[in-house]
Design a protein around this ligand. Structure first.
Ligand SMILES: Cc1ncc(COP(=O)(O)O)c(C=O)c1O
Length: 363
């Protein structure tokens, strides 16, 4: 059997008629930027997350860059980030000239909230937790530390649309949250797209200016902005996806539960979910001491896997000047060296999951 790591066409086919109707509506409207489709999506997504405002942007990376900028964080400031994450979480900080300060991972493969406080200095301006793989970080501890030190929280929600912490949706527990709608994400567009969510009206207004050349009124540029707008066609298809997000997440969770129950090979360490969190399994990450051998074995059986992420950002070439070493963050380094992501997407057939389970148990 051939098992693709992800198959976006199958996701599209699940709701094909609705997607076709939405993009046709947007195509035929004659209005493609900053229009009614975006307004409707922003309203619906803010409601879904449980925030007052949503501002649609070009990508999750732009969301992070502009969120940091809107908070006035720049040169000389520090932002606390996870050592184990995708590089984009950190690019949002360094694009503004601020310094990322890394914190090691915990057993949930997330930023270790209990380790944050030791890294706070007079220059610290914000904490940037990343709800990696689809599970929320410990937001109780993070909010508590942020409150005590008067710091902003910027949530990176690129992978966790719909997951919760103590019943509250990820993205509603911070000063500002940043979402990606990259096609493979739990809520994916048909191209690049992203947004920020916040309860702070001033911050939302600043973001609306920043995404539109720095202007609220045409040709009146109050601040130096960029062009980062979520277009009408993407907004229209995202609105369709949003109406199905709950069932798409339920499908991912059911597939993950099948993996969790079925995989019994002692060489494989399965992902854990914190009792206060829910997981939407954007990815299904396992750890193994025999990563290369497992991936090769599965590839021979027709199963495609990936690694998230082989080089953690603190060891990235582009941040070599910071002089970090692998032994500073042993857990993040361990994850980077031993993680394998198994096939996972909402429209994945159950038979394919069962085949992956069978082959992993054979390994
Ligand atoms: C954790 C995380 N943050 C940020 C991003 C950036 O999002 P985008 O690809 O939409 O720029 C990604 C995307 O892959 C991500 O996984």
């Amino acid at each position: 059997m051939k098992v693709e790591y992800t198959a976006l066409k199958r996701n599209f086919e699940m709701y094909e008629e609705e997607y076709r109707a939405a993009y046709e509506r947007a195509f035929c409207s004659g209005w493609y930027i900053l229009g009614p489709e975006l307004e409707a999506f922003e309203k619906a997504f803010a409601e879904y997350v449980g925030c007052k405002y949503c501002v649609g942007l070009n990508s999750g990376t732009d969301a992070l860059i502009l969120a940091v900028r809107a908070l006035g964080i720049g040169e000389g400031d520090e932002v606390i980030v996870p050592a184990g994450t995708y590089i984009a979480s950190v690019l949002g900080v360094t694009e503004n000239g601020a310094t990322p300060v890394f914190v090691d991972s915990n057993d949930y493969l997330l930023m270790d909230a209990s380790a944050i406080e030791q890294y706070i200095t007079p220059r610290t301006k914000a904490i940037l937790p990343v709800h990696l793989y689809g599970q929320s970080c410990d937001m109780t501890t993070i909010r508590d530390v942020a409150n005590r030190h008067n710091l902003a929280i910027i949530e990176d929600c690129a992978q966790c649309h719909g997951s919760t912490w103590k019943g509250r949706k990820a993205g509603s527990l911070s000063t500002i949250s940043c979402f990606s709608f990259y096609p493979t994400k739990p809520l994916g567009a048909f191209g690049d797209a992203g947004c920020v969510c916040t309860d702070d009206m001033e911050l939302a207004n600043r973001l609306r200016m920043l995404r539109n050349y720095g202007s609220k009124i045409k040709y009146h540029n109050e601040t130096i902005g960029i062009n980062s707008r979520l277009d009408e066609v993407q907004a229209a298809v995202l609105s369709v996806g949003l109406t199905h997000l709950r069932e798409m997440n339920e499908a991912r969770i059911a597939l993950a539960e099948r993996y969790l129950k079925g995989i019994t090979n002692p060489k494989i360490k399965l992902p854990q979910t914190h009792p206060d969190a829910t997981h939407v399994y954007h990815l299904f990450p396992v750890l193994t001491e025999e990563r290369d051998a497992l991936r090769k074995f599965l590839e021979e059986k027709g199963i495609n896997t990936q690694v998230h992420y082989p080089i953690p950002p603190f060891l990235a070439e582009c941040y070599a000047d910071q002089g970090h070493t692998a032994d500073e963050f042993p857990k993040a380094t361990y994850i980077a060296e031993h993680e394998v992501s198994l096939p996972m997407y909402s429209a994945m057939p159950v038979e394919e999951v069962d085949y992956v389970i069978e082959m992993i148990n054979q390994f």
